[in-house]
Structures are given as C-alpha cells and as structure tokens.
Ligand binder design. Structure first.
Ligand code: HGY
Ligand code: MN
Ligand code: MN
Length: 408
C-alpha cells in the first residue's frame, strides 16, 4: 500500500493526546474550549494533518470541511474511521480526540503487524460534532449525508452573530460548496468510530472496551421567554413582567416533567437573560433545552408538554414563551451485521447503548456504521473530569487495529 510511514515509531495514543493537551485549555473551568474553526480547533486540525502526513497518508479536506487522511488511494467503499476535534465549552480531553488519536495509532500498529489492507482506509475528522458554536449537532456529517440544508447551515449564527458561512470562509473554505456530497459518501463502505464512554457502563462492568448498539434519540430546542424590560430601581415588583422569573419557573417545570418519565433526560445548559445588566429587568430570556429518550415518540411528547407548560408558566408572570426546534437526531441502531463482526474481533466486549450522540449515529442512516467505547473511570463527560487511563487509551489503538485489520 502506498504511504510508508516516516518517524512515528514509539507514538502512542497517550503521546498524541499529550501533544495536544494544552490546545484550547479553558483556564476558567480546567476543561477545553475548542469550538469549530476557533484558533484552538484550527490548530488541532493542523496537528491532525501533520500527524497524518508524517504517516504518509494522503490528506484532503472536502466541501464540508471534513478532513480525510487516506492510507491507500481514495476509493469507493473504503473502510473509514475517525471522530471529531471540537469540544463543548468546558469539555474533557478525550471526547473526540481519543477516537482521532486512536485511529492514527491503529495505523501504526497495523503497519508494525505487517497488515496489507485489501482496500483503502481513511481516517476522518468531522467539524462541529458538538454543535457548540452553531447549535446543530453533528453538523459536518449532516451536511455530508444531506441531512442538513446548506442554506440553513450557511445562515446559522454563533453567539457573536458570525454566520457559519463567514466562519467557513475565514477558515479558508468556500461556503458556497457546502452541502450533500454523494461522491464522498460513496467512499465510505463501512464506518467505525472509537469514542470515550460518556457514562459508567464499562467501569461498573470492569471491562475496557464496549461495542455500541444504538444511540438515544436527542434534540435541542430554544425557548424564548419574553417580558417587559425595565429599570431595576423604579419598577415595583407588582408592576413587573420579568422573563427571568418566568424562565426560572419554567426550568423547574422542565426538570419535574422529565423526572416523571422513566429514562427521560432533559437539560437546560444555556440560560441567557437579554440584555443581561445587573440593574436591568431583562426584556427576554433565551434558554436552550436538550431532551433525550430511547423512544422518539416519548421525546417528542415530552417536548410538547414542556412547550405547553412553559406558555402557562410564562403567562403567570405576564410573559410569553415560545419553543423553537434547533436540532433533532432520531434514535439510531448501528448495523447489526457489522456489530456482530466487531463482537468476533473484540471477544468479550459488552454491548452498550449510547446516551451521547456521535457522527457515527448520523452516518448510520447511509452506511453500515459501528462504535467502540473506551472505559472512563470517572463516568463523567462534557466536563474536565472526563478521563481515560493511559493504558486503556493506548490499548484502544490495538483494539481498533484488530477491528480495522479484521474488516480490511
Ligand atoms: O451531545 C452529545 O450527545 C454528543 O456529545 N455530541
Ligand atoms: Mn464526541
Ligand atoms: Mn460530546
């Protein structure tokens, strides 16, 4: 196969992660702040390209900003692995980068074993998996597969009002080219994503690696609570229509409603009074909810109940509340045949459902996809406490190499 590796001897998953450890560290939280196309994430993209080129892989970036690193000539029906490098605000070191570092190192391991693949292998890095900057989860894989309308995508804005189109242009990519890419999608014969487990499954089972069975359906909605902006000193309490008070009431209701449904999860991760002055009664509160459940009809029904209850509670405070859908990912099952093949290649690995979304979940609608999860002793994610033991991180490359070699 073309692409003889240069000096990658001794590289391990841990050593690769050590090299990027400082990038995008958020001093305030101790976690990471690596929004897509930020300086930190652009640096991570450059790091990945350099590591891929060090391994003699052919690199190109497609119309949606997905980076492809090829072991062998680009071809239809290739075996593809990889993950993402962007993070949530205050995120951990492993969510995304572990899968990317493990994929690069798995190629090293396969070369050391003398594996000569019968078809090409590509390592991919998807942009904006977290949807933390522009609000739509798995934006890159949705664009690639045609699940996200490019005009809608181009007009998405971040907190500073920068559009996605402007962000792509600033990163050197023409936003006019965004959109479904059937030629790129045809190159994915099978997709396998390795990812840190974002829960306690493996640590409680005492196992290092699991195979993914499915991903919980999940969505994101914005609730706009509108009231009357006014002066904090001259407005008597009885004369107020304070959207912060109404929104606080609504947040409590959301938690109560979700707790009444077994296995439902509802989170308010963003709560933004507008304009946000200490001596100003807000005119509006923007809050965002993330709702998940294994049964999509339950999720949808819970969100409708939340919308109704928000309107009722808002009215009690002389305000209004409107709910708007921003992102929706239906419950998805991974390819059963591929899952069985992974079970043969990773003997004894338990099978776990994922409460977290992933690009593999988006691709699963178009190509046979599978996931491997690596033990996280903290059981915590989207937080600086997310953790993978160095030994488990390094071993993950051997497991991924077993799987990829078995599929090539
Ligand atoms: O939000 C999620 O489930 C994933 O971490 N993007
Ligand atoms: Mn992730
Ligand atoms: Mn994540």
């Amino acid at each position: 196969m073309p692409g003889t590796s240069r000096t990658t001897a001794g590289a391990t998953v841990s050593s690769l992660l050590d090299a990027i450890e400082p990038l995008g560290r958020d001093g305030a939280t101790g976690g990471y702040r690596r929004p897509v196309f930020s300086a930190a994430e652009l640096e991570l993209r450059e790091w990945f390209i350099a590591e891929a080129e060090r391994r003699g892989l052919g690199v190109d970036v497609d119309r949606n900003g997905v980076i492809w690193a090829w072991w062998g000539a680009p071809m239809d029906g290739a075996l593809v692995t990889g993950s993402h490098l962007d993070s949530v605000p205050g995120g951990g070191a492993f969510d995304g980068p572990l899968g990317v570092a493990s994929a690069l190192t798995a190629i090293d391991r396969m070369r050391e074993r003398g594996v000569t693949p019968s078809r090409s292998l590509a390592v991919v890095v998807f942009p904006e998996e977290e949807g933390s900057r522009f609000g739509v989860a798995c934006l890159g894989s949705r664009l690639l597969t045609g699940l996200l309308d490019p005009d809608r995508a181009r007009n998405l804005t971040d907190r500073d009002g920068t559009t996605l189109a402007e962000a792509y242009a600033a990163a050197g990519m023409d936003p006019a080219h965004l959109g479904a890419d059937p030629a790129a999608l045809a190159r994915i014969g099978q997709f396998v994503e390795l990812h840190v487990e974002q829960g306690r499954g493996l640590i409680d089972l005492g196992k290092p690696v699991a195979i993914g069975s499915s991903i919980l359906g999940h969505g994101r909605w914005k609730i706009v609570v509108s009231g009357q902006g006014n002066h904090a000193g001259t407005t008597l309490m009885v004369d107020r229509a304070d959207p912060v008070v109404a929104a606080a009431d609504i947040v409590g209701a959301i938690s109560e409603l979700a707790r009444q449904i077994d296995d439902a999860r509802a989170t308010v991760g963003r709560f933004e009074p507008v304009p946000g002055g200490t001596n100003v009664i807000a005119s509006r509160v923007d809050l965002w909810i993330d709702v998940r459940h294994p049964d999509d009809t339950v999720t949808r029904s819970l969100v409708q109940t939340i919308a109704r209850e928000a309107a009722v509670r808002a009215e009690r405070h002389g305000c209004t509340a409107e709910l708007l859908e921003e992102s929706w990912s239906p419950t998805v099952g991974f390819d059963p045949a591929l899952g069985r093949r992974l079970a043969d290649l990773v003997p004894g690995a338990p099978v776990l459902r994922s409460g977290a979304g992933h690009d593999a979940g988006i691709l699963a609608a178009s190509v046979p996809s599978a996931m491997l999860f690596v033990r996280n002793p903290s059981g915590i994610s989207h937080s600086p406490e997310e953790y993978v033991e160095r030994a488990d991180a390094d071993d993950s490359a051997d497991v991924l190499a077993d799987v990829l070699a078995g599929l090539l």
